[in-house]
Ligand binder design. Sequence first.
Ligand code: DQA
Length: 148
Amino acid sequence: STIMVLNGPNLNLLGQREPQTYGHETLADVEAMCQEEAAKHGLKVDFRQSNHEGALVDAIHEAGQLIKAGKMLGVVFNPGAYTHTSIALHDAIKGAEVPVVEVHISNVHAREAFRHHSFISPCAVGIVIGMGVQGYVLGMQGLIKKLS
Ligand code: DQA
C-alpha cells in the first residue's frame, strides 16, 4: 500500500525559506526521509507539493479514490498557509473520507495569532506540530499505527 505525503504552498522553497523557522532540509530531503520510513513498513510514498489550492483539493479526492480501492492508507498533509484559510480543503477531506495526519514543521501556536486556527484540524485523525521535518516521519508512523 501507499501513503500520500502532500505539501501545500511555499513548501517547494523548504531549506531556503526562513531557515530559522523551517530548518535547512529541503523538500527533497523530506521526501527521502519519508521514502526511507515507508520502506521500513513495506509501504510506498506518493510525495507531492502544490502551490495551488484546487490542485490540493484534487489530490485529496484522488487519495479518497485510491483508499476506497484499497491502494492507499491515508495522507500526511502539510497544507502550509491554506491550513488557516481553506474551507475547501476541510470539505475535501470530509467529503472524500480521507484519513489525514496534519503536519506543521514549526510550532504554529508559538507564532502569529493568524496561525493559531486550523480548518484542517477538525477533520484530521491526528496532528504533529513543531517537531521540524521529523514531523512528517512521526505523522507517517501515527497513520500506520492507527490504520493498519
Ligand atoms: C507551516 C505553518 C504555516 O503557518 C505556514 O503558512 C507554512 C508552513 C509549517 O509547516 O510550519 O507554510 O504549515
